[in-house]
Ligand binder design. Structure first.
Ligand code: RM4
Length: 260
């Protein structure tokens, strides 16, 4: 029960790593507002994933609220904070996690696709952090922010030239806000997940050759699960990490260091 009585927001919290984080937060004793994207063009069955996540959290005996919205819109972050205040009385933890990676070749990258990825992954993180941090500052009791960066903040990807700069950006954002928010007792860190099997890379890794190659490259010998990342996020969000801020933690089974 690392997060007993804490009030958390998780963006991109209905599926993938975000869902893992939301459920782990609840398991550790927190109530959770999850944000999810279910717009008409999202291609995802809108209420199902969010409903399932809410049900999972409630089954753990915690409260959960699901709020639909594109995190690229600053108003969505304001709404998330308001929802946490109305339902739980405040915000202690933000997991800024919403992200997209529509794999695409570089030379013919459409400007609109680049803008969309930057808007969601980087600008969206900025807005969420800003809104949550203002509330935490007003509460006067500190807080913890953990962003989902990526191994892709450190290494490139031919099909991810729009995406990897946003993950480096999220890492950098956490470094800057760690300094800006330290005086308010708000800790800001990021996790850098490696190869975690979720919807975001389902198509990319449907190629058995690519999967077999990655399997070989990961020293721990397996792809990660959302829960592998979620446990680390919960740790960084908890008082166990009371003197950790501005840090980035790889959660990749050793993939990054396995260069040779
Ligand atoms: C990651 C990394 C993974 C990929 C995801 C979408 O940060 O590159 O391998 O599956 O992005």
């Amino acid at each position: 029960m690392l997060l007993e009585g804490k009030r958390a927001i998780v963006t991109g919290g209905s599926r993938g790593i975000g869902r893992g984080i939301a459920v782990e937060f609840a398991r550790q004793g927190a109530d959770v507002v999850i944000n999810y994207f279910g717009g008409a063009d999202s291609g995802f069955s809108r209420d199902k994933a969010a409903d399932e996540t809410v049900a999972e959290i409630e089954a753990l005996g915690r409260k959960a609220i699901a709020i639909e919205g594109n995190i690229a819109e600053p108003a969505v972050s304001t709404e998330l904070v308001q929802a946490a205040v109305d339902a739980f009385g405040g915000v202690d933890i933000l997991a800024s996690n919403a992200g997209i990676c529509p794999f695409h070749t570089f030379l013919d990258m459409p400007p609109e696709l680049l803008r969309q990825v930057v808007d969601v992954n980087l600008n969206g993180a900025f807005f969420a952090v800003q809104a949550a941090a203002n509330r935490m500052k007003d509460q006067g009791t500190g807080g913890a922010i953990v962003a989902t960066s990526s191994i892709s903040a450190l290494v490139g990807g031919a099909m991810q030239s729009h995406y990897t700069p946003t993950k480096a950006g999220v890492h950098s954002l956490m470094q800057s806000v760690a300094i800006a928010l330290g005086p308010y007792g708000i800790r800001c860190n990021s996790v850098m997940p490696g190869a975690i099997a979720t919807d975001i890379n389902k198509d990319d890794w449907s190629d058995p050759q690519k999967r077999a190659y990655l399997d070989k490259r990961i020293p721990l010998g397996r792809f990660g699960e959302p829960s592998d990342v979620a446990k680390v996020v919960a740790f960084l969000a908890s008082d166990m990490a009371s003197y950790v801020t501005g840090a980035a933690l790889l959660v990749d089974g050793g993939l990054y260091v396995n260069l040779q």
